[in-house]
Design a binder for this molecule. Structure first.
Ligand SMILES: C[S@@+](CC[C@H](N)C(=O)[O-])C[C@H]1O[C@@H](n2cnc3c(N)ncnc32)[C@H](O)[C@@H]1O
Length: 359
């Protein structure tokens, strides 16, 4: 399944980057203000830009460390003493990097009936007394528990450093995405296990591509509105949420993997408490105020803003609002709509790229 992230710009990267090159050919420093999966940040760095990426979600932070900061596999220097490598697999020890060995070690852990088993599998008994949930098969949930605990204890023991830790969390989230019993997002689970969800979960080593620029790319976790005063760039790309549904609710299980905690699982769907990551961009009432805080505070004069015809604000209203800050123009892109499996909406979507040049 890979990553089905609402609003992901993975497939639009080339168009957006060519627009950046057109409107600001000399730009070198780009801010990717709501970076999500980090795939667009990665495309920017591979196009020679120095990137600062921001998002309010912890899972995004880990994806960004992998996609933006890591140019090659980390060494996992301190790992060998800690892990007794699986004896039955010793034949390929000499061909594998330490990173690959760690992945094999995690894949071979014995399952543990922990938090994921209890809250997200059909044999678990959720603490809040609701019927069991079917996000993962029993085996996969217990495997996720085992891998989570091991990553945590390796990190606590100082056997993996911050980047290695982010990489393993990223790999676990990607593997969980492949076997999650959901229709696109984690807002709810499906009532019957689909075939994809019955496959045993497997971590796969990430691939790395270096950009050889030696730029000091940066990743920042937090609200764009609050970080804006500390940000500076030639151009700021803003890709805000455009619907009411919060990312924190839609991707709550990834957030729990990323934060390595065991939060109260609320209601039938088992959502984590997510108010601390509420996005004002999902509220018609607050979206303008948030834009205003950002546009006034960032040290940057050129903005490129993605928005969708499905957005909370009609595109013309957004253009009128943004024109208070400078000159605006827009480009229209026809795009394949993000569709959860049960959506009946038309499959073509109009995306807009708004260029704001501050006065
Ligand atoms: C449309 S998605 C971005 C997708 C991203 N461009 C990609 O290609 O993966 C919007 C992102 O904005 C983030 N977000 C929402 N409100 C935010 C805020 N106030 N500050 C920072 N990030 C925010 C969400 O967590 C989400 O990842």
């Amino acid at each position: 399944m890979g990553y089905r992230y609402i609003g992901s710009k993975e497939k639009l990267s080339d168009i957006i980057i060519s627009e950046i090159k057109t409107i600001y050919p000399e730009a070198t420093k780009i801010i990717d203000l709501m970076a999500g999966t980090g795939l667009f940040s990665k495309a920017l760095r591979l196009n020679g830009y120095c990137v600062t990426a921001v998002d309010v979600m912890t899972y995004s932070y880990h994806h960004l460390i992998v996609n933006l900061i890591l140019q090659q596999s980390p060494e996992f220097e301190n790992i060998t003493a800690m892990i007794s490598l699986p004896k039955q697999k010793s034949v390929d020890l000499f061909d594998s990097s330490r990173y690959e060995l760690v992945i094999k070690y995690l894949n071979n852990l014995a399952p543990i009936n922990g938090y994921f088993f209890r809250e997200f599998s059909p044999e678990g008994i959720p603490l809040n007394g609701t019927p069991s949930r079917k996000y993962f098969t029993v085996e996969n949930a217990a495997k996720i528990d085992a891998i989570r605990y091991e990553i945590r204890s390796l990190y606590n023991a100082g056997s993996i450093n911050d980047n290695e830790h982010s990489l393993l969390i990223h790999d676990l989230m990607m593997a969980a995405n492949d076997v999650a019993n959901i229709a696109g997002t984690y807002g709810h689970f499906l009532s019957k296990f689909v075939d994809r969800a019955k496959v045993p979960i497997q971590l796969t080593p990430s691939q790395f591509v270096a950009d050889y620029n030696n730029y000091p790319h940066r990743v920042m976790l937090g609200y764009a509105e609050e970080l804006a005063p500390s940000l500076e760039g030639d151009l700021c790309y803003i890709d805000p949420p455009y619907i009411k549904r919060q990312y924190a609710a839609n991707y709550h299980i990834l957030e729990t993997i990323a934060r390595e905690d065991e939060p109260e699982a609320i209601g039938v769907s088992g959502l984590r408490p997510w108010r601390d990551q509420y996005s004002f961009f999902c509220s018609k009432l607050h979206i303008r105020k948030s834009f205003e805080r950002i546009l006034n505070a960032i040290k940057c004069d050129n903005f490129l803003i993605s928005y969708s015809e499905d957005g909370l604000l009609p595109i013309e209203d957004l253009m009128t609002f943004l024109s208070k800050f400078g000159t605006v123009s827009k480009k229209e892109i026809k795009y394949k709509r993000f569709k959860s499996n049960n959506s009946s909406k038309d499959s073509t979507l109009h995306e807009y790229l708004i260029n704001l040049r501050k006065l």
